[in-house]
Design a protein around this ligand. Sequence first.
Ligand code: ZN
Length: 116
Amino acid sequence: MATLDQITGIIDFELADLEAAWSNSPILLNKNEIEFRLCYICKFHIERKNFAGINQNDSFAWTIDLINAKKPKLEFTNFIAVHQSCIENRQSLDSRKQLKYVKAMKWEFDESFWNK
Ligand SMILES: [Zn+2]
Protein backbone atom coordinates (compact mmCIF):
# COMPACT_ATOMS: atom_id res chain seq x y z
CA MET A 1 0.00 0.00 0.00
CA ALA A 2 1.14 3.53 -0.72
CA THR A 3 2.85 5.42 2.05
CA LEU A 4 3.29 9.14 2.60
CA ASP A 5 6.72 10.41 3.59
CA GLN A 6 5.79 12.95 6.27
CA ILE A 7 9.01 14.90 5.78
CA THR A 8 9.16 15.21 1.99
CA GLY A 9 5.40 14.97 1.39
CA ILE A 10 6.08 12.51 -1.42
CA ILE A 11 3.74 9.54 -1.80
CA ASP A 12 5.49 6.27 -2.47
CA PHE A 13 3.26 4.04 -4.60
CA GLU A 14 3.63 0.30 -4.99
CA LEU A 15 2.74 -2.01 -7.85
CA ALA A 16 -0.56 -2.98 -6.23
CA ASP A 17 -1.48 0.72 -6.12
CA LEU A 18 -0.83 1.02 -9.87
CA GLU A 19 -3.03 -2.01 -10.49
CA ALA A 20 -5.82 -0.50 -8.40
CA ALA A 21 -5.53 2.87 -10.17
CA TRP A 22 -5.68 1.13 -13.53
CA SER A 23 -8.71 -0.98 -12.66
CA ASN A 24 -10.55 2.08 -11.30
CA SER A 25 -10.24 4.01 -14.56
CA PRO A 26 -12.99 3.83 -17.23
CA ILE A 27 -12.77 1.16 -19.93
CA LEU A 28 -13.01 1.51 -23.70
CA LEU A 29 -15.58 -0.89 -25.18
CA ASN A 30 -13.53 -1.84 -28.21
CA LYS A 31 -10.14 -2.13 -26.51
CA ASN A 32 -8.52 -4.64 -24.22
CA GLU A 33 -8.97 -3.22 -20.72
CA ILE A 34 -5.61 -4.58 -19.66
CA GLU A 35 -3.86 -2.42 -22.27
CA PHE A 36 -6.14 0.60 -22.67
CA ARG A 37 -8.25 2.80 -20.43
CA LEU A 38 -9.81 6.24 -20.63
CA CYS A 39 -8.44 9.32 -18.90
CA TYR A 40 -11.59 10.66 -17.18
CA ILE A 41 -10.23 14.21 -17.28
CA CYS A 42 -9.47 14.69 -21.01
CA LYS A 43 -11.40 11.65 -22.39
CA PHE A 44 -8.38 10.49 -24.39
CA HIS A 45 -7.09 6.96 -24.08
CA ILE A 46 -4.30 5.87 -21.79
CA GLU A 47 -1.96 3.11 -22.86
CA ARG A 48 -0.77 0.79 -20.13
CA LYS A 49 2.78 0.48 -21.46
CA ASN A 50 3.19 4.25 -21.50
CA PHE A 51 3.73 4.74 -17.78
CA ALA A 52 5.14 8.06 -16.59
CA GLY A 53 7.95 6.40 -14.68
CA ILE A 54 9.49 5.40 -18.00
CA ASN A 55 8.45 8.28 -20.26
CA GLN A 56 8.74 11.34 -18.03
CA ASN A 57 8.39 13.90 -20.82
CA ASP A 58 5.50 12.32 -22.63
CA SER A 59 2.29 14.22 -21.86
CA PHE A 60 0.27 11.09 -22.69
CA ALA A 61 2.15 9.05 -20.14
CA TRP A 62 -0.04 7.99 -17.23
CA THR A 63 0.40 8.16 -13.53
CA ILE A 64 -1.62 7.73 -10.33
CA ASP A 65 -3.85 10.46 -9.02
CA LEU A 66 -6.24 10.52 -6.07
CA ILE A 67 -9.95 10.46 -6.93
CA ASN A 68 -10.81 12.41 -3.81
CA ALA A 69 -7.88 14.68 -3.04
CA LYS A 70 -9.95 16.65 -0.54
CA LYS A 71 -9.71 13.70 1.79
CA PRO A 72 -6.46 12.23 0.48
CA LYS A 73 -6.80 8.70 1.78
CA LEU A 74 -4.16 6.32 0.48
CA GLU A 75 -6.55 3.48 -0.31
CA PHE A 76 -6.99 1.36 -3.44
CA THR A 77 -10.48 2.74 -4.00
CA ASN A 78 -9.11 6.29 -4.11
CA PHE A 79 -6.52 5.71 -6.86
CA ILE A 80 -7.08 6.47 -10.54
CA ALA A 81 -4.93 6.27 -13.66
CA VAL A 82 -4.74 9.56 -15.59
CA HIS A 83 -2.34 11.33 -17.94
CA GLN A 84 0.26 13.09 -15.86
CA SER A 85 -0.36 16.33 -17.79
CA CYS A 86 -4.09 16.19 -16.99
CA ILE A 87 -3.80 16.33 -13.21
CA GLU A 88 -3.57 20.13 -13.23
CA ASN A 89 -6.76 20.26 -15.36
CA ARG A 90 -9.00 18.38 -12.98
CA GLN A 91 -12.25 20.22 -12.28
CA SER A 92 -12.44 19.58 -8.58
CA LEU A 93 -10.39 18.19 -5.74
CA ASP A 94 -13.12 15.63 -5.25
CA SER A 95 -13.69 13.85 -8.58
CA ARG A 96 -15.99 11.09 -7.32
CA LYS A 97 -19.14 12.50 -8.98
CA GLN A 98 -17.37 13.30 -12.25
CA LEU A 99 -15.82 9.85 -12.40
CA LYS A 100 -19.16 8.17 -11.74
CA TYR A 101 -20.68 10.23 -14.55
CA VAL A 102 -17.87 9.40 -17.01
CA LYS A 103 -18.00 5.70 -16.12
CA ALA A 104 -21.76 5.62 -16.74
CA MET A 105 -21.14 6.60 -20.36
CA LYS A 106 -19.90 4.22 -23.06
CA TRP A 107 -16.50 5.01 -24.53
CA GLU A 108 -14.83 3.68 -27.63
CA PHE A 109 -11.38 4.06 -29.07
CA ASP A 110 -11.65 5.86 -32.42
CA GLU A 111 -9.73 3.48 -34.69
CA SER A 112 -10.42 5.49 -37.84
CA PHE A 113 -8.90 8.60 -36.30
CA TRP A 114 -5.82 7.00 -34.74
CA ASN A 115 -4.94 4.68 -37.61
CA LYS A 116 -4.86 7.25 -40.40
ZN1 ZN B 1 -5.90 12.94 -19.93
